[in-house]
Design a protein. Sequence first.
Length: 112
Amino acid sequence: MAGKQHTYSVKVVWTGNTGSGTSSARGYTRDYDIMAPGKLTIEGSSDPSFRGDPTRWNPEELLLASLSACQPVTNSGFWGSVHKQASLSRHTKTRLPAKWKKNAPAPGSSRP
């Protein structure tokens, strides 16, 4: 992908104004919508600990979800190109080739 530029655009709209803006901490909700062209809207809010709506995605959950989504996609491309037999899944463990393990016995060695 060298030389290719990737551009992403999202719009976050605060929907928590109940009429008085942010005049008091209890005077508004922490709700917002995340939008991007051609995609479903993601309804978000603060964590319930910060007066957020527990039925909406909070920023911490979205961060964890984005990191979790990147990990298998990135690793499968990496491992697929490095070692064709690597099989990645969130539900199974991947075994590294012995030659990659620290203090692994040399190929053909009888040492356990």
